[in-house]
Design a protein around this ligand. Sequence first.
Ligand SMILES: [Zn+2]
Length: 85
Amino acid sequence: MAECRCGSGLDMRWMNDCQGIPLTQVCDDCQKIKMKKYNPWVFNGYDQAFLDEYSGESIEPENELTRQQRLDQWTELQDKYGTEK
Ligand SMILES: [Zn+2]
């Protein structure tokens, strides 16, 4: 394995999100620092609907119901994983 680019000298590995998609390369030393750059939901759980919302993808008027459904799913996710209230 290659050494991490942060200069720690530790082995570099891929940091994946909760769906196993590689995000960035990290080592034990810099993983927590790099994680802070990402939305916590990336690691806690999300689905395609959330990605569409998060990316700001334009939504056609005829998809308004779907959009509401997405928001409902999002609310369910928040309830499921807990948020500060
Ligand atoms: Zn590192």
